[in-house]
Design a binder for this molecule. Structure first.
Ligand code: BGC
Length: 402
């Protein structure tokens, strides 16, 4: 392949940013939009957090459990980075809700808990937040498909299951998306005008705070006004300027037609894109972003054509993320023109991945983002990115204790 079909010109990236902006605005007005914009009915405390929570973090591949103690706003996590286990088994056909609860319960038994506490559940799939802090599963993504769980709350049944089996009970549960957990964790650093939570790992998505008056579809029974955390579910954005290769990846993937942005950007699909470029070649079945970056980082032991195309796919992914961030910045600034300093809490192995022979992913995103903001007349808006250790665990504990 001579021409880089994955190259996106600045003009195209601006169009992608503008398209995301319009779709976010539609999502804030209407139910069931492409970019769903799901309000989270939890108002996070920003100061005076005290107490203990058990946090469960169910992501794309891994599951983590920890106990988080907040004393005067300072979190301590036990064990240090949580108790981690691979849960890719949940992608196996025939895997049930009961199987999932059992897998989730096992490591909880390993953790020492002496007093009853609430659960903060970081659940990294599209789920509609309920007024009681639980959330109903809307659909699965990232290759999971446990059908009987769709449309039902994900929190309370898990608490019931755990309370039947644990002597020290759980007192309640709050369910939040991983992007919202990052957003909440970011609040521990004040003095920014706006906040964005971003995940670029197995899957991808963004969350931010939106003023209640700008969310037309907000549940009228929710009495808290002010800034509402919104899980955008931006992985389902269908951006302009995707390629015929992306069509092929989608046609062969789970949930056809859905998660088109995610399928062009996130770790679970980048390898699939490379495979689709070379349809006659043989590749390993499981081919994730880590393998893609290892091709780029060890060019001497890989075919030249793969090394070249892998870098193009990696670069396009980062630029698409930059365009989506620029589109979200447009929404935020239009709602509040005084916004100048935006804090971005970014999580995910792909976002923080290294490219030894070129620019790291994060650097491509941040450079392109500033160029796009300049291009769109937002020269004086700056986005400050940071990596927070255990953002999901801390954010979920904040949710449980708010
Ligand atoms: C899910 C999101 C999640 C993202 C990152 C996507 O597949 O739909 O809810 O935030 O992955 O984990």
């Amino acid at each position: 392949m001579k021409k880089n079909v994955f190259h996106l010109k600045t003009k195209q990236l601006v169009e992608i940013a503008q398209s995301l902006k319009l779709k976010v605005e539609t999502g804030l007005r209407e139910e069931g939009a492409e970019v769903q914009c799901i309000p989270t009915y939890i108002n996070p405390k920003t100061s005076g957090i005290n107490g203990q929570a058990t946090v469960l973090d169910l992501g794309g591949t891994n599951y983590r459990v920890a106990v988080v103690d907040f004393e005067n706003g300072e979190p301590t996590i036990h064990p240090e980075n949580g108790w981690k286990k691979d849960l890719s088994v949940m992608k196996t056909p025939g895997f049930t809700e009961e199987d999932l609860f059992k897998e989730q319960a096992d490591p909880i038994g390993e953790i020492k808990r002496t007093k009853e506490n609430p659960i903060g559940y970081c659940f990294s799939y599209p789920a509609e937040s309920m007024l009681n802090g639980d959330a109903k599963l809307l659909r699965w993504t990232k290759g999971v498909d446990i059908k009987e769980m769709i449309g039902k709350p994900v929190g309370q049944p898990l608490v019931d299951y755990l309370n039947k089996r644990n002597e020290v009970k759980f007192t309640g549960i709050k369910v939040i998306n991983d992007t919202v957990a990052s957003l909440f964790a970011g609040l521990t650093e004040s003095n920014y005008d706006a906040y964005i939570g971003l995940i670029v790992g197995t899957g991808t998505n963004m969350a931010t705070f939106i003023k209640s008056e700008n969310i037309k579809k907000l549940n009228p029974d929710y009495k808290e006004g002010g800034l509402i955390p919104v899980n955008l579910e931006s992985g389902n954005f269908n951006p302009p300027h995707l390629t015929v290769v992306d069509e092929n990846v989608d046609a062969r993937s789970d949930a056809k037609g859905a998660q088109r942005f995610e399928k062009a950007v996130s770790g679970m699909y980048l390898g699939e894109i490379l495979k689709a470029v070379f349809p006659c070649d043989e590749f390993e079945e499981r081919f994730d972003a880590q393998k893609l970056t290892s091709i780029m980082n060890y060019p001497d032991i890989h075919k030249k054509k793969y090394v070249k195309v892998a870098a193009q796919i990696y670069e396009r992914s980062a630029k698409l993320v930059a365009a989506s961030l620029a589109g979200l910045a447009l929404v935020l600034v239009e709602n509040d023109p005084s916004i100048k300093r935006i804090k971005l809490v970014a999580e995910g192995s792909l976002f923080w991945s290294e490219y030894r022979k070129g620019k790291n992913y994060k650097n491509i995103v941040m450079a392109e983002l500033q160029d796009l903001l300049d291009e769109m007349g937002l020269k004086d808006v700056h986005v400050y990115v940071s990596k927070m250790d255990n953002a999901n665990l801390i954010g979920s504990a904040i949710a449980a204790l708010s």
